[in-house]
Design a protein around this ligand. Sequence first.
Ligand code: GTP
Length: 363
Amino acid sequence: MESSLPGLEAILLVGGQGTRLRPLTLGTPKPLLPTAGVPFLAHQLARARSFGVRRIVFATSYKASMFEPVFGDGAAFGLSLEYITETTPLGTGGAIRNAAEALTSGPDDPVLILNGDILSGHDIGEQVSLHRAREAAVTLHLTEVDDPTRFGCVPTDESGRVTAFLEKTPNPVTNRINAGCYVFTRSVIDSIPRGEVVSVERETFPGLIESGELVLGYATRTYWLDVGTPAAFVRGSRDLVLGRLASPALPGPTGEYLALDGARVSPEAKVQGGTAVGARCVVEAGASVVGSVLSDDCVIEAGASVIDSVVGQGARVCAGTVVRDAVIGDGAIVGPGNELQNGVRIWPGVELPERALRYSSDV
Ligand code: GTP
């Protein structure tokens, strides 16, 4: 049974440039990219709300003005939302400090901080209860991963106290990594220098540990995904459509695919593996789309195959083309008979002639 947290406030970090997701993030910030049929953040907002969070402050920077038109005052989501924008990006710690100006919590209250690019199935209520019971300065969600060499790792002692924040190494001492969801005691946020660029990962957390403050780890093995790369982004959307992570924001039943209003999927097309089909998309007869994200208004022509890929808004994949593990930018046209694989990215608006590419490299 998940616990509820009435009155808990949250800060959502959504100001990053999302460079690893370019070209998708050239026009749209990462937290607004369509994911299983809705802007990515809708899943996080619905989940936070399901734990009793009612007020969330968005810490915006990159493409800041794009958030409010999508989420408004939050009433449609059962939330009260505020938007605080940095004039220059302040990093994760500086952004938290800046957004804290809009909090109503008192100095001893816990405040939830969420990275705006994480899908997580952990029990936020339990994390906050642990924080309160141990009177910690900060309680970090830690997730256990199979291959910790790709991440910095976060060792704890037997009481759960975090002992260090270690950089990436070929021989990590633990498989626990920072999962990007923190509970801060409000007064600790207020001790972050104001108006300065600060990283919580590189400065705030190591500094608190060094000065003997209680930084706790709350480790789980529940569903967790950082959607920061194209492959992970596609996986996240797929997992939501397939129901591997339950989301109250999913705009339809779970299943092999989810099609938004006005999408036309030919009965002779094969669409499966948790594909999201955007509004007014067309998937023609004989096309095959597996585990992919088709943004609004795109066209997959007869006999084309799209596997584990993102197709941007209004883009067209022409007949007989194979797109596997690739990103097609908004409005791009991939001519007939191409084979795109291995992380190739086609920039927005590019028109790739017939049979121009048989393999990977950026275009
Ligand atoms: P990459 O450029 O691909 O690394 O992505 P990113 O810009 O999102 O950076 P990263 O994944 O490290 O960011 C973690 C979280 O913090 C994301 O939710 C970002 O939106 C957010 N974030 C990163 N830097 C800033 C910042 O300077 N200001 C604000 N408000 N948020 C930030």
